[in-house]
Design a protein around this ligand. Structure first.
Ligand SMILES: Cc1cc2nc3c(=O)[nH]c(=O)nc-3n(C[C@H](O)[C@H](O)[C@H](O)COP(=O)(O)OP(=O)(O)OC[C@H]3O[C@@H](n4cnc5c(N)ncnc54)[C@H](O)[C@@H]3O)c2cc1C
Length: 399
């Protein structure tokens, strides 16, 4: 099929309107002749401005109809490291349970590793009605190729309708390979999911255009519908319910897989004092703190509350605190029980990383600061007066 712009030179008046309209500079006039150069994206801008009707877009193939609904339900990639389940897996199983109810589908976890069977009850307690378990020495440490091969093979065999994974180092590394092998779409770094129950579409929301808008993306023509989500975005199911389910043990046959990467060893990460991930209390600071030394106040308050210190990108960019403590779209996503935002305006890119916190206290001298819209308690005033006063009060009440 001809997939280039169609020019009817009989009709062309060489007016040049199309040349001016082309955002890619592909069109030019050579005397009375219109020349279509390399790089046309078929955007159609020229067709719209051509009053002579000399330009047309090629007919495109009608999209192939959506295949029948696969039977495998909603899957969560059960991320584990050295036999310890990643918290994001529980969060995604909680979200998968909510989504699956809307389409009356089962929830399954895919557990890859070596000697990881002990994690099955944890996955069941977190909401997995089925656990697909593949154990093999090659899956002991995370390596992209065997993990991608194993998940792709399982998806081909058991046909999930949806696959969710954490937007973690591992998820970001191998999930795109799985989506490419399955010839389906993937939305990375989602911050919200919903279901269109009539069309059984997964609505995948994520920041787009530098975080200036939230885009909702669908995968309307292929299965599985695949997405990754940041850790800390969703809530796990409430603990305590006893849940069980089916375990489907599958052979992983590495076959021709000869990974281009090899596992050499583990290097311990230098951690911040109290790690942000999983902290129940976070005291976060922004540009309103004015200078680096004022973060000492936040550290003191965090220590008193047994919490961690976080920051906005503005504070990190100013060099007041290091990047691992940045919260937001290009930092970490957190969901503590208590989040104290100090001198933070509440930009969308920051809110996306903390707004699922259970209780938010905001301190800002500007009563119109957007952070107050998500705060449960707002203190209007100077953070450099309020935080020391809070510290004093806590110390007094403890003594
Ligand atoms: C692509 C992209 C990604 C981004 N990713 C992130 C991200 O991951 N995380 C993030 O945080 N930002 C991110 N940003 C930046 C974001 O848009 C904001 O610029 C940033 O969050 C603002 O930080 P802030 O609230 O500290 O500073 P400001 O917006 O400058 O706010 C400072 C606040 O402090 C208050 N204040 C000043 N003095 C005092 C005082 N003495 N007492 C009390 N309050 C006071 C002010 O009223 C103001 O509301 C991103 C931006 C882009 C474009």
């Amino acid at each position: 099929m001809n997939m280039s712009l169609i020019l009817d030179s009989e009709k062309c008046t060489a007016c040049g309107a199309c040349v001016d309209s082309c955002p890619f500079g592909v069109l030019s006039l050579e005397g009375e002749n219109l020349v279509i150069g390399e790089g046309c994206t078929l955007c159609g801008a020229c067709v719209e401005v051509c009053e002579a009707g000399a330009l047309a877009l090629p007919e495109t193939e009608a999209p192939s109809p959506r295949p029948g609904v696969p039977p495998g339900g909603v899957w969560v990639f059960a991320e584990q490291r050295h036999g310890v389940l990643a918290q994001v897996t529980r969060e995604l199983l909680g979200e998968a349970t909510r989504l699956a109810k809307e389409i009356d589908a089962p929830v399954a976890a895919v557990l890859l590793g070596d000697r990881v069977e002990h994690l099955v009850p944890e996955l069941q307690a977190a909401g997995a009605q089925r656990v697909y378990l593949a154990e093999h020495p090659l899956l002991a440490e995370f390596l992209e190729e065997p993990y991608a091969a194993a998940l792709t093979e399982l998806a081909r065999r058991f046909e999930p309708e949806i696959i969710l994974a954490g937007a973690t180092y591992a998820g970001r590394a191998f999930i795109p390979q799985v989506a490419a092998s399955l010839k389906t779409g993937l939305t990375a770094d989602c911050t919200a999911f919903a279901i269109d129950p009539e069309k059984r579409l997964l609505l995948q929301t994520r920041p787009a255009f530098g975080g200036n808008i939230m885009a909702t993306i669908i995968t309307p023509r292929t299965y599985p519908q695949m997405a990754t989500a940041r850790p800390g975005t969703f809530k796990p199911l409430a603990a305590g319910d006893s849940r069980d389910g089916q375990v489907i043990r599958v052979e992983f046959n590495p076959g021709e897989t000869s990974p281009r990467s090899r596992f050499l060893g583990t290097v311990a990460e230098i951690k911040e004092r109290v790690p942000l991930a999983g902290a129940e209390v976070i005291v976060a600071g922004g540009r309103g703190l004015k200078e680096a030394k004022n973060f000492n106040l936040l550290e003191e308050l965090a220590d008193l509350l047994g919490g961690a210190v976080g920051a906005t990108r503005a504070a990190v960019d100013a060099g007041w605190i290091s990047y691992p403590q940045q919260i937001g779209q290009t930092g970490k996503t957190v969901s503590p029980k208590l989040y104290i935002a100090c001198g933070i305006s509440g930009a969308a890119q920051h809110l996306v990383g903390m707004q699922s916190s259970d209780f938010i206290v905001a301190i800002n001298k500007d009563p119109a600061a957007p952070i107050f819209q998500v705060a449960d308690v707002g203190l209007v005033g100077d953070v450099l007066e309020i935080v020391p006063a809070l510290i004093q009060e806590i110390k007094k009440s403890r003594s």
